[in-house]
Design a protein around this ligand. Sequence first.
Ligand code: ADP
Length: 305
Amino acid sequence: MPEPVHVIGSLMVDRVLRVATLPRAGETVTARSATILPGGKGANQAVAAARCGARVRMLGRTGADGRFIVDELLRAGIDASAVTTDDRMSGSAAVMVDDHGMNAIVIAPEANTRLTETAIDAFLDGAAPGGILLVQNECSGLAHAVANATRHGLRVWLNAAPMDDRVRAVDLSLVDCLLVNETEAMALASNDEPHAAFRQLCDAWPQLDLVLTLGAAGWIARVDGVVLRGAALSVQVIDTVGCGDAFVGALSALRSEGMAWPDALARANAAGAIAATISGAIPSIPSREAIEALVRSLGAGSPTT
Ligand code: ADP
């Protein structure tokens, strides 16, 4: 019986502005287009886990302007009954993308910082032992959630994104699986070379399963004490927004159903690749069928040790 994935994470209103060139300080530019999309690493990863076939519960907080994000969770079949809405601002991200695909992003976490320890405790009380608790670093209460999850018999998965002192405040001895991209690995290890940072984190935390995503260079992981690596799949890249979230969400879903690490990592890699072929975060997150089809078509099932 697959175990559920419990996500405590962010919901963000993403305002995406397409511009010819990013504005400099003091400059005003006119956008070619503006779109409002559901987002936030918590919501993205919850949707990715659900589309990959997991039973997903989510805890988060949004303002009145963020109800449409909750609707997106419900459409993906996620139990969002613990997501509360207040009458203040939702978390939001102003994302400017220029004609070369360069971006500049301002995040205003707002409602995500109003997630209370009481709400976290109530959410954990509703989790049967054995599932995965998946957390990122865009909400208040991160260290509290991690510290209490193990008491509930949950396996803690920490995606250390974005990487800052609130991640450093987490007791990593309570974490089962740490997932980082290159920037986060380098910041966490204080090392400016990602592979060296990975080895340093492996040495510092021998009990951890550790997954480092490397963008177009694929991924490397130390899982059950064994180092595995895989190249990124060759796809027509449109925009890499949401690749990491697709990877992390899919991997949590596949491990929660008991899939072996090498097979689960190959499929997470396929999920990340598919996300790169479609614009946006949630719109680009693939279904399980799409992931399996890509793995079959590219014979991408066997990572190397
Ligand atoms: P993040 O979005 O958190 O920065 P990465 O950029 O490391 O994460 O990407 C996560 C995963 O998505 C990669 O490990 C890979 O599986 C996939 N991916 C990212 N960029 C590409 C790409 N250009 N081509 C194919 N797969 C990609």
